[in-house]
Design a protein around this ligand. Sequence first.
Ligand SMILES: [Ca+2]
Length: 121
Amino acid sequence: MIVAMAAGLCVLVGGTTTASAASLSDCGSGYACLYDYKGHSGSYAKFHSYISYLGNFNMDNKATSLYNNGNNCTASFYQLSSKRGYRLDLQKGYVIYNLANTRMTSSKTWNNRITSGYYCQ
Ligand SMILES: [Ca+2]
């Protein structure tokens, strides 16, 4: 478990090694979670405010499934660092089982293409 403080906002990340499979229940209340594999398994990262560069947590361009277990806002995920590039919104309480089925453009999906994530944008 890694705890990092950035700009006064707490960013929590866990399970970034191969270890045991993650699941939806690993995404605590108030967090948005990104998982390496479809169906919310594999390595994962989670945040309750934002992560401006998932590469800091070994999850850049790896997310294949998502869960917004937040309390208030839509979670927004971005193709590039610091809210740049294409944007994917996920409403509170929603999951995406497999980003390979979610289109970014006519020729690309979101699978393995998320680099930053923010709440309440
Ligand atoms: Ca992946």
